[in-house]
Design a protein around this ligand. Sequence first.
Ligand code: 3AM
Length: 176
Amino acid sequence: MSSSRRLFFALSLPDALQQQVIRWRAEAFKPEDGRPVAAANLHLTLAFLGEVSAQKEQALKTQAGRIAQTGFSLNLDDLGHWPRPGVVWLGSKRPPRALLQLAELLRSQAARSGCYQSPLPFHPHITLLRAATQPVAIPPGTPGWPFNANHFSLYQSSFEQGRTRYHELAQWPLGP
Ligand code: 3AM
């Protein structure tokens, strides 16, 4: 019997940027605003796949490996709060077309493999705080970090010892 894993495709943040973001976050928000996402868990989800069998995982990896997409740069200059899922996020006022195309491709491959895809429009974001269901004073801006994406990754999400952990299973380069 094959086991299944909870998977998603995402862009990871370079370590230095993770540290910059969490240092700024500690100043920008109050402890009661929400639960900070651990530095190592900061990511930009491209496609959520849900529970995936080993066989389907292999097919999704093969399809991901066929993607020929250029790398891109995005400016992390936008912030927002979604009270219903309780998420405070960091994003980009002008997401590059290549980012939107990459997510669209991964989402359509996932849907064709039978992974349910939300009908809500894709809004690229990095979750900063969770459990943020009360009103949050959103700072007027961010330092506007530039972020160069030169690869994308497949992650496994697991819950271990009371914590959510993400393990990178594979990564693929984004071209010049
Ligand atoms: O990138 P963020 O943190 O917004 O919320 C989960 C996280 O998104 C999302 O997948 C990312 C990695 O866990 N996620 C979890 N369950 C989901 C679902 N059923 C989901 N996204 C869509 N549908």
